[in-house]
Design a protein around this ligand. Sequence first.
Ligand SMILES: Cc1ncc(COP(=O)(O)O)c(C=O)c1O
Length: 355
Amino acid sequence: MAELELFRRYPKTRDLPHVSLANLPTPVESLDRLGEELGIKGLWVKRDDKTATLYGGNKVRKLEFILADAVEQGHKRVWTVGAVGSHHVLATSLYARKLGLEPHALHFPQPLTEHVREVLRALSTTEPQLELIGSKHALPGAMIKSRVKEWLSRAENPYYIPGGGSSPRGVLGYVNGALELARQIDNGDLPLPDAIFVAAGTCGTLSGLALGSRMAELPCPIIGVRVVDKVLANPLVAASLANRAGKILADCGVEVPHIGPTDITIIDNQIGPGYGEATAQGTRALERAQKLGGLELDPTYTAKAFAGLLDFIEQSQKPLTNLLYWHTLSSADLSPLIEEADVMHGLPEAYREFL
Ligand SMILES: Cc1ncc(COP(=O)(O)O)c(C=O)c1O
């Protein structure tokens, strides 16, 4: 497998804890038919849905740095938070088990779709330790309780992973993602895009791309499409995450630019009624991407991100030549996991009514 672009460009970072979980670089592809229909010369997609065959999407790049850090520090357990259909909780649990770590998660409810049920069935195969709280508003209190519990039970030594895997270590995965894209542009695999669109949840993906593209001197804006509440996804949060990741690199001796909130672009017009709630624009984007681009999107994250890109094209005053959509949803086939799932055994009783 090729060396990470981060390590190739900055050999001083080679000592950072890292475990290879993803097939990198992910391909870039042109969506010709859809681009033609939208009247844009080049519509490109960065296929991070194909980061891995066990489970792909944007979590895998983050987990390469996070789980390696947990292992290096000698932890036996990891714990994290997310909605019941969280891709992050699923990916973390799958890859934690692969590395011999025990997965724990604090879950909050979200609208129950078939996709959410599939995620839960696949999750049950990892036999995670789960705690379900009544609503996402109870999350801060429940997290404090868990952190106190964690502190009291230091012998168990759990490693905390923030929601979405958006810790500074996780962000490094997307700094590498941006450097990888810059190399693909240099190699002529795709032209320099006018802009890059990506879903913005906990902002780890966006902030890594923002920092990495500055390091690579890529002049195109990275546009995050907000799909969660504004308190979670905003330029202050993204800039702070980027700079905390930058500090890890600076500690290795790399010269890192400072990212200010004005360096971050987040658009707010696709969230609709809220996190996990489908929107009409998202549904339209999902159908068009599937029919004309052969891309599978989900209503919570990627349909809204793609709808942001479609809206940008429709509203643009000047002709656009090339746009890139960064696809963050796993396209790995979950059916082998779902077939082996034994939800009675793998999930706590409180989850049975969901399935
Ligand atoms: C498919 C998908 N896309 C995008 C995101 C958002 O990424 P981030 O939390 O890094 O902003 C998530 C987060 O869970 C996701 O599952």
